[in-house]
Design a protein around this ligand. Structure first.
Ligand SMILES: Nc1ncnc2c1ncn2[C@@H]1O[C@H](COP(=O)(O)OP(=O)(O)OP(=O)(O)O)[C@@H](O)[C@H]1O
Ligand SMILES: [Mg+2]
Length: 272
């Protein structure tokens, strides 16, 4: 098991109860999307995986390490988090050094570091900015730099907080590609997202959070077509599901995430 949450509660010093008894397990090579309304606890959940936050009650176990007993250094080798606000991750004076920082800490040779950094910057189309300050990048580029940092250091568990914010359609496609690639390499990817169309195409396991509790856990096909449950978590269904639901009277099952499958069903219904 790569991540285990055992009855995890988390109360911020401000007394906000952000997680209220979360128990869940992720396998290696699973893609999981956390969805739910603003303030439902998604970011708080992710910060428990990389050990930035430790449970107030309960345990989180990451690749066999109980996070409350492990050091940040030990945990950061196992799990990396791309912050919702990417800028919070930056402190170096160039884009290159920002990606190289963690690798230098891991003690890699300069040659290996250069290769890895160049590869990660190329993947995210950031090489032209290598010698520039990370703070001058556009919003979308900052997010991609944050991704490049994590991609270069290559942890077994990759947590992405709102990965598609500020990304154009081509970059979203690349993002989806990257998530699948990481998954094929046997890594666990856990992402928090409000972007239901992105999630519907990725088709991960979905966990719906509401007020710090898990209210549903299942496949994309199950969760994204379960309209009453989505409503409880303030998540709108994918456009395709919403559209098919409106023509349900034609005898079409609206529980479809795939465009080709939907078209086939509609054509069949019209021809009947
Ligand atoms: N540093 C903090 N100090 C105090 N309360 C916090 C802090 N961070 C988050 N909270 C509170 O904890 C709850 C959960 O917040 P969290 O950021 O985990 O939600 P979220 O699901 O990621 O929301 P969003 O969709 O807006 O990103 C919210 O009520 C929030 O106000
Ligand atoms: Mg959040």
């Amino acid at each position: 098991m790569s991540v285990v949450f055992e009855d995890v509660h988390y109360i911020y010093p401000s007394k906000v109860h952000a997680l209220n008894g979360v128990s869940v397990e992720f396998q290696p090579s699973e893609i999981v999307a956390l969805m739910g309304e603003n303030g439902s606890g998604k970011t708080t959940f992710l910060k428990h995986i990389n050990g930035l936050l430790k449970p107030t009650h309960g345990r989180v176990i990451v690749e066999g390490l109980v996070t409350s007993k492990a050091s940040v250094a030990e945990l950061s080798q196992k799990a990396g988090l791309v912050f919702q606000n990417a800028e919070d991750m930056f402190f170096e004076s160039t884009v290159f050094d920002e990606v190289a920082f963690a690798l230098r800490n891991f003690g890699y040779s300069e040659e290996k570091i250069r290769k890895r950094v160049e590869w990660a910057l190329k993947f995210f189309e950031l090489e032209p900015y290598a010698n520039q300050s990370p703070f001058l990048l556009s919003g979308g580029e900052k997010k991609r730099l944050a991704m490049a940092i994590i991609l270069a250091w290559g942890p077994r568990i990759v947590c992405l907080d709102e990965p598609t914010i500020g990304q154009d359609s081509i970059q979203k496609e690349k993002m989806r590609h990257m998530v699948k690639l990481l998954n094929l390499q046997g890594r666990t990817v856990v992402l928090a997202s409000h972007d239901v169309e992105f999630v519907a195409e990725l088709k991960p396991r979905i966990i719906l959070l509401s007020k710090g509790r898990i209210i549903a856990d299942g496949s994309s096909e199950e969760i994204l077509t379960d309209l009453p449950t989505l409503e409880k978590a303030s998540v709108l269904p994918p456009q395709l599901v919403a559209a098919l639901k409106r023509v349900e009277d034609l005898g079409i099952d609206y529980r479809v995430l795939d465009v080709d499958e939907a078209v086939e069903k509609v054509v069949k219904a019209i021809n009947r």
